[in-house]
Design a protein around this ligand. Sequence first.
Ligand code: ATP
Length: 326
Amino acid sequence: MSSVSMDGPIIETHGLRRTFTVRDGLRRRTVVAVEGLDLRIEPGEAVGYIGANGAGKSTTIKMLTGILVPTAGEVRTCGLRPVPDRRRLARHVGVVFGQRSQLWWDLPTEESFELLAAIHRLSPDDARSRRSELVERLELDEFLTTPVRQLSLGQRMRAEVAAALLHRPRLVILDEPTIGLDVLSKQRLREFLVTERHEHGTTLLLTTHDMGDVERLCDRVVLVDRGSVAFEGTLAGLSRTVGADRVLTVDLAEPVPDLGTVATLPGVRHQGHEGHGLRHRFAFDAEQTTVVALLAALSAHAEVRDLAIEEPDVEDVVRRVYAARR
Ligand SMILES: Nc1ncnc2c1ncn2[C@@H]1O[C@H](COP(=O)(O)OP(=O)(O)OP(=O)(O)O)[C@@H](O)[C@H]1O
């Protein structure tokens, strides 16, 4: 029997592959969902696992957690083999699916927590203290006695996260955790995950289409394309590779058509102007120049009335990486 490794990587895969056989009319066809995937994630890391729809993210997560058997290759999660050791692995891993509930639909949230505490065999003291910690941090108080099916999406996601983290897993896998949430709920959930990680050294692996999740939560991104790794590194590194800059748009009090030539800072590109120079767009690399420095440089030459900052979006970054590979 394999043992739970406390110092090796939390996730390690070599040449991981998974295919599906699908029917195409009368014929059968093989779909390769994951192809030769090599991943290594160390304890305490927070990794964003991104890619287009159908790139193989969910299939990977299912293999990491023992829901799906790999067609070929090696996989270890917390030092265990996910399929044969699935029950032992469940003690060390918490999984949150943004689009699928793991709570008991007709039960009040607090009863789901009691059931989960029993399933994970937490001691009554441990269950009580962890529960109060989560209730406080995720602000669950107001709806603990409400059946899950009556919760709003934001409330349900907080309850899902609490349920997945009740047993203090070493690894938390989140599949689109902020999908459909409003700005405030997203922010709260991200803040909670950051605190949890700092206090308990929890490893995070999350799939997302929201660049804000990656920016605020992850030290590293792994980008998959057709089931294998297309990029691995920091978000800044990814932005450098494909030029996913932020864009600052400024509206001026008076037209200044040549503003693009006067604001010369490292990592800033003037993208053009409209309205005879009333509105200008600047793409900038946040690693090299802050928005404050750029604004200060512009204000020396023009009176800025209004401004907007656009963040790079995951789909756009992914498209550019794919385009560069094909
Ligand atoms: N059970 C299945 N049967 C047949 N094909 C499947 C099955 N599950 C996944 N696939 C196929 O495998 C490929 C990878 O799918 P997967 O769901 O892992 O992608 P994904 O990156 O998670 O996409 P999304 O962002 O849309 O969730 C797709 O072509 C998908 O159609």
